[in-house]
Design a binder for this molecule. Structure first.
Ligand SMILES: NC(=O)c1ccc[n+]([C@@H]2O[C@H](COP(=O)([O-])OP(=O)(O)OC[C@H]3O[C@@H](n4cnc5c(N)ncnc54)[C@H](O)[C@@H]3O)[C@@H](O)[C@H]2O)c1
Length: 332
């Protein structure tokens, strides 16, 4: 596998900025390409903003000297210098296909090209590119610099070696690579999130709850548990001494009751305004930047607690710190 000294980014918005911050923190240089030159200022600000949280997350171990960030509007120049390319252009299949055709003709054959796509399948994107066996999906979660999950998905033409190499790279920058067995639209986690969001929009439309009340129904209950254990393990525990079998016998039949709508509601002004006005009211005058800071401080604190129990994202943090420590020792 090619040693990843330079990460190439294509698209430097919310997600590209998050990838840059994570890689730079691990001592990897970043070449960031975006067709909009104004994004240079934005990505530099995003990296600066993320830096204190990353330092706090890995405060217990020495970290390498930060990598350097270079910005370009020339995607092909980026593709000719990167050891691994992470694409984060807008969620539009035509745009994604077009950029793959261009950058894959320039990037050396052993450079992996990974897409941050939230829902497209790699088979749909790799058609027509040069060396499609090195194209895959590496779907992260926002903020990329603090959420360790990355869903790794291969298409029909992706080689197993490239999937394994991508996993190794993501792990080296502190991530938890979930190897998705079968490509489906929306991968795994977004399918689950969307099912819940669909139900929330129905609840809003049906006047059952406001956005604030819907969020209360998550953060004071199930959301608190989900950072520690996923829904399946939590439900097994909820079955008491009868465990998972007792739980599914007791609550399984409710799946047939009319608790959920499943089909998406038709988006109307009531839903859109309810969502926008409700979340603005919840923000209570705080800007997105302020909310981001609160979110990030809490995400760091939660992971540092989970680390003590070596569970969930705390286990990933332990592995990340061990690798940063051994890198620091080998540099001494
Ligand atoms: N926002 C999220 O929460 C989230 C989470 C996970 C994955 N994703 C995925 O990441 C990708 C990017 O999402 P985002 O939220 O960062 O979008 P964004 O709109 O914030 O950023 C997209 C960037 O791509 C640039 N761009 C557009 N066309 C380009 C081209 N041809 N070449 C180079 N740059 C180009 C734009 O100028 C912009 O800066 C999408 O595929 C999305 O589904 C988003």
């Amino acid at each position: 596998m090619r040693k990843i000294k330079t990460l190439g980014l294509l698209g430097t918005g919310v997600i590209g900025g998050g990838w840059a911050a994570r890689a730079l923190h691990c001592g990897i240089d970043v070449v960031a390409a975006d067709l909009n030159p104004a994004m240079e200022e934005w990505i530099r600000g995003a990296v600066e903003n993320a830096s204190p949280s990353l330092d706090a997350l890995t405060a217990d171990v020495p970290t390498p000297a930060k990598g350097t960030l270079r910005f370009t509007t020339d995607a092909e120049e980026m593709a000719s210098t990167a050891d691994f390319i992470q694409e984060s252009v807008p969620e539009d299949l035509a745009i994604k296909r077009k950029v793959y055709t261009a950058i894959s003709a320039t990037a050396p054959a052993d450079v992996i090209i990974s897409s941050s796509t939230s829902g497209f399948m790699p088979t749909e994107m790799q058609k027509g590119m040069t060396h499609p066996e090195r194209m895959l999906v590496g779907h992260p979660f926002n903020p990329v610099y603090l959420c360790p999950l990355v869903e790794v998905v291969g298409g029909v033409q992706t080689s197993d070696d490239n999937k394994i190499a991508a996993k190794a790279f993501y792990e080296s920058i502190g991530m938890h690579a979930l190897m998705v067995r079968k490509e489906v639209p929306g991968h795994i986690s977004d399918r689950l999130q969307e099912a819940m969001w669909r139900e929330m929009l129905h609840a809003l439309n049906d006047g059952i709850a406001t956005t604030g009340e819907l969020d209360e129904s998550i953060v004071y209950g199930p959301g608190l548990r989900w950072a520690v254990m996923g829904m399946n393990q939590i439900y097994m525990i909820a079955g008491g001494k009868g465990g998972a079998r007792h739980f599914i016998e007791q609550f399984g039949p409710a799946l047939e009751w009319p608790w959920t709508h499943l089909k998406a509601p038709e988006l109307n002004d009531k839903i859109i305004d309810g969502f926008v006005d409700g979340t603005t009211e919840q923000a209570n005058g705080r800007s997105v930047r302020e909310l981001e800071r609160i979110r990030d401080e809490c995400l760091v604190a939660i992971q540092r607690v989970l680390k003590k129990h070596d569970i969930a994202s705390g286990s990933t943090l332990n592995l990340f710190e061990a690798s940063l420590k051994s890198r620091a020792e080998s540099n001494n």
